[in-house]
Design a protein around this ligand. Structure first.
Ligand code: PGA
Length: 256
């Protein structure tokens, strides 16, 4: 299989950024000069900043929600933002299943079933989704990396129909690498990306395996992105900490 030509470089700002900090990072990105033609750039921000991002980013940066509602449409769902509401606003991308949402923040987190339902809701409303999967450290240490990823992928498969996969990008983010400075080696990441692609071929279809971009996430920086991107099954990145810094521009341009 030849490498998918167009990468996706995603940013994930999480629950970060005052108004002033967001404005200054947007200035950096807007002024950064032409991006690599091989990179599609999509940045996820906190809901409260989405309007500003959508209105003020240069046109080649897409604005992405960090999560989406469990139920469709409008109504009695205090605190939720539904896919339909995001699309009405002009937001056509969302993350789902980020590990921080899966583990919760001191209260029970999202199951793979919930992530599947949210992913389907977003796609039904017309959105594209970066669906996040990945194992914890003890899973890797006990040789269960792929069985954890497969269980998370299986829930997506149950929620989606064949044509929905065109709207899905998989973000493989080993939880032990997120925010720790401990990046997976290119070989470790490639091995799991390959297994994810094989899982798609065996469980969804060969076309989906061939066409689905699989991003790596977890302590990606300007200094490690090139070696990771050189791997045949790494089709871009989902970047947390470094997406809040000017070096994010170098990560975008590592696909040149
Ligand atoms: P990190 O986060 O780049 O700060 O490790 C990645 C993510 O959580 O998406």
């Amino acid at each position: 299989m030849s490498k998918i030509a167009r990468a996706l470089i995603g940013g994930n700002w999480k629950c970060n950024g005052t108004k002033a900090q967001i404005a200054s990072m947007m200035d950096v990105l807007n002024a950064a000069g032409p991006f690599s033609a091989n990179s599609e750039v999509v940045i996820a921000g906190p809901s409260i900043h989405l309007h500003n991002m959508l209105k003020n980013f240069r046109p080649d940066i897409a604005t992405c929600a960090e999560d989406v509602g469990f139920k469709k449409g409008y109504g009695a769902m205090t605190g939720e933002i539904s896919a339909e509401m995001l699309v009405d606003y002009g937001i056509n991308w969302t993350l789902t299943g980020h590990s921080e949402r899966r583990v919760g923040f001191g209260y029970p987190g999202e199951t793979s079933h919930v992530v599947g339902v949210k992913t389907k809701n977003a796609i039904d409303a017309g959105m594209s989704v970066m669906a996040c999967i990945g194992e914890h450290l003890n899973d890797r240490q006990t040789g269960n990396t792929m069985s954890v990823c497969a269980q998370q992928l299986e829930a997506l498969k149950r929620a989606l129909v064949a044509k929905d996969w065109k709207k899905v990008v998989i973000a493989y983010e080993p939880v032990w690498a997120i925010g720790t400075g401990v990046v997976a080696t290119p070989e470790q990441a490639q091995e799991t990306h390959r297994q994810i692609r094989d899982w798609l071929a065996n469980n969804v279809s060969h076309d989906v395996a061939k066409e689905t971009r699989i991003l790596y996430g977890g302590s990606v920086t300007a200094s490690n992105c090139k070696a990771l991107y050189a791997m045949p099954d790494i089709n871009g990145f989902l970047v947390g900490g470094a997406a809040l810094k000017p070096e994010f521009v170098d990560i975008i341009n590592c696909t040149k």
